[in-house]
Design a protein around this ligand. Structure first.
Ligand code: SAH
Ligand code: SF4
Ligand code: F3S
Length: 471
């Protein structure tokens, strides 16, 4: 049993990250014959992509995917720790699985992802959820076949969670959710330690993937007809800072654009590392999409300092305006936290003021959630929850107003859309995303799915557009 340890997880070493190749022992390849699996994924794109790897590993072991957890032999929860409600959802699901296991004692239940890296969670599992079969962390997803095999043999809770990141493992198989768009990891972990955030604990130190591995993956995707890649990392702008060669995000963006893949996106950008040369590269290549997620978190410089974000409201606005000036037609989205410990009405007004200035195209807004082990967890918090809820409500009213306003500006324009599928709830409707990452619904034939087409915007709503297929 290898248990998570927060004080280890917090340490950062200068060790160079090594690379190893994934390899599945032949003896593992028949373990799942005749059995089904189901993976429930919580959290961010990073987790969604990890799930694509987990699925492919299970299928190499001969498991096949079930369409519902209720009729599956193996159920894995790939969890998220970012806020309390992510925890609650996973524990709620564990409650349902407990009942299912009472009816069908043979089912195997595993838990992985960010919650597995938390000492408190694993202790709770050991005390109250002994019936879970196995737990593994974010640093050893490549070990799934071996951990699963162990737990099948031992018949009691197997825990293998490393607190320190190991090598970068290349060659893990992947079962992609879509053929026309794909996530590509460019880096793992985060060294920013924003005071509210659990990610540097659950995902370890920042490690950049080798550029050649990334480019090779993008070229392969392109050759298989993929239209769009999203380069993934907790803070992609810091890409390369831990490498021994002089090669940063601007170089990577250029080289990925030069592969000729039709669309390149990336997320998430921390304002701190956003350089002018990156902006230049984004504006130069047409296949780098004019859509940037630029989390601000707060408009109050005082709160930003307490959050450890290392920029002021003014620094952020300067960067925001440079991006708007230099990248034609760019859309910018953000993340905002309200109710950080000690946030006053005046601080909150600074956030509203910033939103008024930035008029975001999209924004994800959250109430601060205390995460065990983080620096902000120890700050005194004297703002009560109804006040925080009210601030969230006021903030949402304002951001929604600007979403609609921005969308309305597009009425009458013809926009390029990557068609993703048939819209649910509409009989003959397709949906897709514009270059600026806006959801658009329009009528058209299913054969257009996976293509980039022109659509004329006819109607604007807060969270989507309606349009007409042009060709
Ligand atoms: N790496 C990304 C953020 C990943 S987490 C970045 O730095 O931009 C996604 C968002 O969740 C964050 O931007 C933040 O707004 C929110 N978040 C993170 N920790 C939180 C917490 N403890 N409480 C509330 N929201 C949080
Ligand atoms: Fe969390 Fe900050 Fe790292 Fe983003 S940059 S993952 S918010 S610590
Ligand atoms: Fe959640 Fe982990 Fe992503 S905490 S947001 S799944 S990195």
């Amino acid at each position: 049993m290898i248990l998570p340890n927060y004080s280890e997880a917090k340490k950062r070493t200068k060790n160079v990250t090594l690379r190893e190749e994934y390899n599945l022992d032949d003896s593992m390849k028949t373990i799942g014959v005749g059995k089904t699996y189901f993976i429930k994924t919580y959290g961010c794109q990073m987790n969604e992509h990890d799930t694509e790897n987990l699925k492919a590993m299970l299928e190499e072991m001969s498991f096949s995917e079930a369409d519902d957890y209720k009729n599956s032999d193996l159920i894995i929860l790939n969890t998220c720790s970012i806020r309390e409600n992510a925890h609650n959802k996973a524990f709620g699901m564990l409650g349902r699985l407990k009942h299912l296991k009472e009816e069908r004692p043979d089912i195997i239940v595993g838990l992985c992802g960010c919650m597995a890296q938390e000492e408190g969670v694993v202790n709770r599992l050991l005390e109250k959820y002994k019936w879970v079969n196995f737990v593994f962390g974010t640093h050893n997803i490549h070990r799934l076949p071996y951990i699963l095999d162990e737990s099948l043999k031992s018949k009691h809770l197997e825990i293998e969670v490393y607190s320190k990141e190991g090598n970068i493992v290349e060659g893990i198989p992947v079962k992609r959710e879509h053929s026309y768009k794909a996530y590509v990891n460019i880096m793992y972990g985060c060294d920013k330690f924003c005071t509210y955030c659990i990610v540097p604990f659950t995902r370890g130190k920042q490690r950049s993937r080798d550029k050649d591995d990334i480019i090779k993956e993008v070229i392969e995707l392109k050759n298989n007809g993929c239209m769009e890649v999203t380069l993934l990392g907790q803070n992609v702008n810091a890409y390369g800072k831990d490498l021994e060669i002089e090669y940063g995000m601007e170089d990577l963006l250029r080289d990925v654009a030069l592969t000729g893949i039709p669309r390149v996106r990336f997320m998430t950008s921390h304002p701190w590392d956003f350089t002018d040369s990156m902006i230049e590269v984004i504006s130069k290549y047409d296949n780098i999409m004019p859509s940037i997620h630029l989390p601000v978190q707060s408009g109050s410089s005082r709160i930003l300092k307490l959050m450890g974000r290392r920029y002021t409201k003014e620094d952020y606005l300067k960067l925001f305006n440079t991006i708007k000036d230099k990248i034609r037609n760019v859309s910018i989205s953000t993340d905002i936290i309200v109710g950080f410990p000690g946030e006053t009405e005046e601080d909150f007004q600074d956030t509203l003021d910033l939103v008024e200035k930035c008029r975001y195209d999209n924004a994800f807004t959250f109430i601060f959630s205390k995460r065990e082990g983080t620096a902000a967890c120890r700050l005194e918090d004297n703002v009560d929850i109804t006040e925080k809820e009210e601030r969230l409500y006021r903030l949402n009213e304002m951001v929604n107003k600007y979403f609609l306003e921005n969308n309305k500006k597009l009425i009458g324009e013809v926009v390029p859309v990557l068609v993703e599928g048939m819209a649910s709830g509409r009989k003959a409707g397709l949906y897709g995303y514009t270059d600026t990452n806006k959801l658009i619904n329009f009528d058209g034939d299913e054969s257009l799915v996976g293509q980039i087409v022109n659509v004329k915007v006819e109607e604007a709503k807060t969270w989507s557009l309606d349009g007409k297929y042009i060709g």
